[in-house]
Design a protein around this ligand. Structure first.
Ligand code: NAP
Length: 281
């Protein structure tokens, strides 16, 4: 069997076209959606991420502000900047790029962002909204994974879903979103003995670990939907995921590639959350 590809680039393009329409409608009403992106320090990977986020805003009719600060920025000054953006009517979403320099407490910074503007969905309140199913902002990566799974047309209700990884930003919210969609959910992590025991029973597997070959063909139920969140480098230095793609695609029914699967969806869902924030205000 050869799995069908779940094309994150094509799905992103479709969702981004809808985002652009919603942004244009808001702009016509005098409320152009605005995203503020804050970068502290000079981490090269973070610089690329924020550039891509700002570029995506510009390409889809959103207003964006990129604020760059030296790594020595005092925590109090960052908090004051966030407070000012919380009160800025032209800004509907605020994103502080992680990681932050060691002298800044990341949770304190996240909690300083107004809940109405927490488009990353990382605050404790947003996490609670995700857990309880209340309206709010879902973290962009798991939110994008849900869209990818839904795009297959495979019903989630009643299925067994396994999430490998339990980070606060990906694994845990992913499990909650699948649970909310009426899957029966198992979460595996670094202390799980014999992960294959669980994944072999799974109709849906989402892998978010950050290590190559966490999921191999012998661990997958024939026909399963496999979503690969991981971003790693292979021996040739090329981007690859956590899934042994060559092997697993022969067993799974559906699979996301890396690159071109989850990656483009993360920024897409950030745009969706920002437009939604502007629509709610
Ligand atoms: P993270 O915070 O490091 O969490 C990794 C999780 O994997 C932890 O829960 C850890 O378990 C678990 N784990 C580690 N080794 C394991 C093993 N051998 N078997 C099973 N579980 C294991 O990472 P993250 O932020 O969730 O990100 C995960 C991956 O997704 C990374 O490669 C990251 O770059 C990628 N990512 C991609 C996107 C995108 O847009 N494409 C977005 C976010 C993240 P413990 O909790 O027990 O330590």
């Amino acid at each position: 069997m050869t799995a069908q590809l779940i094309d994150g680039v094509a799905l992103s393009r479709q969702i981004r076209a809808e985002v652009a329409q919603r942004a244009a409608a808001l702009t016509a009403r005098g409320r152009k959606p605005g995203l503020a992106v804050i970068l502290v320090g000079d981490d090269p990977a973070s610089a690329v991420y924020v550039r891509n986020k700002v570029k995506a805003c510009e390409e889809h009719g959103l207003h964006s502000v990129l604020e760059k600060y030296d790594a020595s920025l005092p925590e109090a000054e960052l908090l004051a900047r966030i407070a000012a953006l919380n009160n800025d009517p032209g800004i509907h979403g605020i994103l502080v790029q992680m990681p932050l320099p060691k002298h800044i407490n990341p949770q304190k910074v996240i909690e300083a962002i107004s809940t109405h503007k927490d488009v990353d969905g990382y605050s404790v309140l947003s996490a609670g909204e995700t857990m309880t199913g209340l309206p709010g902002f879902r973290p962009c990566t798991p939110y994008g994974c849900m869209k990818l799974i839904e795009s297959t047309g495979v019903p989630i209700k009643g299925k067994h879903a396994v999430v490998i990884g339990r980070s606060n930003t990906v694994g845990k919210p992913m499990a909650l979103l699948l649970l909310q969609a009426n899957a029966t959910v198992t979460v595996c992590h670094s202390a799980t003995a014999d992960i294959g025991r669980f994944t072999r029973e799974a109709d849906i597997v989402v892998v978010a670990v950050g290590r190559r070959n966490v999921l191999t063909a012998d661990m997958v139920k024939p026909g399963a939907v496999v979503v690969d969140v991981g971003m790693n480098r292979n021996d040739e230095g090329k981007l690859c995921g956590d899934v042994d793609f060559a092997g697993v695609k022969e067993v799974a029914g559906w699979i996301t590639p890396v690159p071109g699967g989850v990656g483009p969806m993360t920024i897409t869902m950030l745009l969706v959350n920002t437009v939604e924030a502007a629509e709610r205000m």
